[in-house]
Design a protein around this ligand. Structure first.
Ligand SMILES: NC(=O)c1ccc[n+]([C@@H]2O[C@H](COP(=O)([O-])OP(=O)(O)OC[C@H]3O[C@@H](n4cnc5c(N)ncnc54)[C@H](O)[C@@H]3O)[C@@H](O)[C@H]2O)c1
Length: 343
């Protein structure tokens, strides 16, 4: 059996540390996900934080540890490069990985802060036939896959409206130049990715953004109205100064409704009303359970290995569309919500 030699850059929260959160379903990190596969071996790890690096090495029994990722790429003929560092380094590291000869790249979301670099990365991967997957992890979650299948099978009819929330508390004073954006960028990237997954290509956006700390800082709240190519409409909100975190999509169709998010799932279909003669109403029915469930970190790692042989899901191209949509929402907000087309 071929063993895929994997190296990870970034031994922080999503790379390794979140595995210690007792409440999360396991595995919930990239090292955990890749380690769960028998045909993958994590052979090397890299972090500029020596303390984190040492703990990573001890926890996962990885001996080849580096504080400079160039050294890691040079010394280990990696099949898979996993990038779990800060967003403004993703594309540069991925391009260096390609130069070093890796066969596949699994990278955290968003694809990058710099859209030009993100485009260059996607172009290079295409030219060199290197699979690039971006961790919009719900695409590998069996419940979201079930929701997709239900919608494709016409269970709620044609999609008319999608309401998406990625609600969170007020962010700190972080500069746009380094962080790219606020809640719409960091959590909203999952939301936009799922809007594209469920609703298909987006035609236009109209954005409204609040930046109480000034233009140079990330937004507190971003709201947008979205037009899909299939004439459905989306309404989304990222941030919103809430005391809680809530991630949810409310997908309303011509014959039913499907809600899915961190709090659970609900499915409604059209039925003859039991309350009013001659009316049709929505009735809640059980959301069908998937046959088996594993955390999307295993699904993502498995998809990466599979992608080395044939194209996978949640690709760099998908993530680039998401980033382009987010930046167009910001641009529209600067123009007082002017409706802007997505190319
Ligand atoms: N998919 C998700 O739901 C999810 C959740 C959390 C974070 N993320 C994404 O993961 C990325 C990392 O976030 P995090 O919360 O784990 O951050 P983090 O700060 O906990 O971890 C990042 C690690 O990268 C290391 N690092 C930074 N520059 C480096 C370099 N040049 N070489 C080697 N190591 C370097 C840091 O020292 C740190 O340990 C971000 O892009 C974030 O958007 C995604």
């Amino acid at each position: 059996m071929k063993i895929f030699k994997t190296g990870i850059i970034g031994c922080g929260r999503i790379g390794s540390i979140l595995e210690e959160d007792p409440l999360r379903g396991k595995p919930c990190t990239h090292t955990g996900g890749f380690s769960a596969l028998s045909n993958v071996k994590i052979v090397a790890g890299c972090d500029i934080d020596e303390d984190r690096l040492k703990k990573f090495g001890q926890k996962w029994k990885v001996k080849n540890l580096y504080t400079d990722y160039h050294d890691m790429l040079r010394d280990n003929a990696l099949d898979i490069l996993c990038i779990a560092t800060w967003t403004n380094q993703h594309a540069t590291m991925a391009l260096d990985g390609i130069r070093a000869g890796v066969k596949g790249i699994f990278c955290e979301k968003p694809i990058d802060v710099d859209i030009k670099l993100a485009r260059k990365l996607v172009r290079t991967c295409k030219q060199k036939n290197i699979p690039l997957l971006i961790n919009h992890e719900r695409r590998w979650d069996a419940y979201y896959q079930k929701a997709y299948k239900l919608i494709q099978a016409g269970k709620i009819g044609e999609i008319r409206t999608i309401i998406g929330n990625a609600l969170s508390s007020k962010p700190g004073s972080l500069p746009v130049s380094q962080y790219g954006g606020g809640p719409l960028f960091h959590d909203g990237t999952h939301l936009i990715d799922l809007l594209l997954y469920f609703g298909g290509p987006i035609k236009w956006v109209s954005g409204h953004v609040t930046r109480p700390k000034g233009k140079r800082y990330i937004e507190e709240t971003a709201r947008a109205m979205i037009g899909f190519q299939n004439n459905a409409t989306g309404f989304i909100e990222g941030g919103g100064a809430r005391k809680y975190f809530n991630f949810e999509l409310d997908i309303q169709g011509s014959e039913g409704r499907l809600l899915i998010g961190n709090a659970g799932r609900e499915l409604y279909v059209t039925q003859k009303s039991k309350r009013f003669k001659g009316f049709q109403e929505l009735e809640k029915i059980p959301f069908p359970e998937p046959k088996r469930y594993e955390t999307p970190f295993i699904g993502g790692a498995r998809e990466m290995v599979k992608s080395i042989r044939k194209p996978g899901d949640s690709t760099g191209e998908d993530a680039l569309k998401t980033l382009e949509t987010i930046y167009t929402i910001y641009k529209s907000a600067q123009q007082k919500g002017k409706r802007l087309r997505i190319k």
